[in-house]
Design a protein around this ligand. Structure first.
Ligand SMILES: C[S@@+](CC[C@H](N)C(=O)[O-])C[C@H]1O[C@@H](n2cnc3c(N)ncnc32)[C@H](O)[C@@H]1O
Length: 200
């Protein structure tokens, strides 16, 4: 039926368009977590990494692996969407920074740039501090940029990661236009299987 053929064509062209965009942009995004302690937070960060198409996640310190060992029944917040994203323990985030990425420290640091004013580089390594601490001054000194989110108080670590990645998403989205076929295709792909609601 012509309608089916058309709809299949639309799906194919959407896929090709996305592949082309990814190919054209060739952006690299990684996340660094400095000495995180909570498996719940790291799991939520991995979920964010999957949702926002991050390439890799690195962490330092032994608190996260120790906490995992101690509590083997920790709820796995990672979700399927992030399963092909590598999560690696490293001794130094700066040394682990993927080639040709700019180091962006996310911290309440004096003179930091407010996130709404920040232009994200194509290739970025975003580094976040621990739940109960602050990024070290030596790390801040090495950064290409330091940004903070102008919230009223300090956010949860995983929440901050989501906010920064969403800010990157909307700024890269601006000007690309909105296509309702593509939007619905994305919604169908990503919502729960039992979700059938629509805007009438
Ligand atoms: C729970 S916070 C730790 C406390 C924080 N260092 C402070 O001085 O208030 C954990 C990490 O989340 C990030 N973070 C949380 N809220 C933030 C904000 N509003 N702006 C920038 N970074 C934030 C930072 O990377 C921070 O190190």
């Amino acid at each position: 039926m012509p309608l089916l053929v058309l709809s299949q064509k639309s799906c194919n062209s959407i896929k090709i368009k996305r592949d082309e965009i990814n190919q054209m942009k060739k952006t690299k995004v990684s996340i660094g977590l400095s000495n995180p302690k909570s498996p719940g937070n790291v799991g939520s960060v991995m979920r964010a990494a999957g949702n926002f198409r991050v390439d890799s996640v690195f962490y330092t310190g032994i608190r996260y692996p120790l906490a995992l060992e101690r509590n083997s029944v920790t709820e796995n917040l990672r979700r399927k969407v992030s399963h092909d994203i590598p999560l690696s323990g490293v001794s130094s985030l700066l040394e682990a920074a993927p080639d040709n990425t700019e180091i962006i420290c996310v911290e309440y640091a004096l003179n930091a740039t407010p996130l709404p004013e920040f232009q994200h580089p194509d290739n970025a390594f975003y580094i976040f501090g621990p739940e109960d601490g602050t990024l070290e001054q030596a790390m801040i000194d090495q950064a290409d940029a330091v940004v903070y989110v102008p919230t009223t108080g300090c956010m949860n670590l995983a929440a901050t990661v989501n906010v920064v990645l969403y800010d990157r998403l909307i700024k890269s989205y601006a000007g690309t236009g909105s296509n309702s076929i593509e939007n619905n295709q994305r919604i169908r792909q990503n919502r729960d299987t039992n979700n059938n609601v629509k805007v009438r």
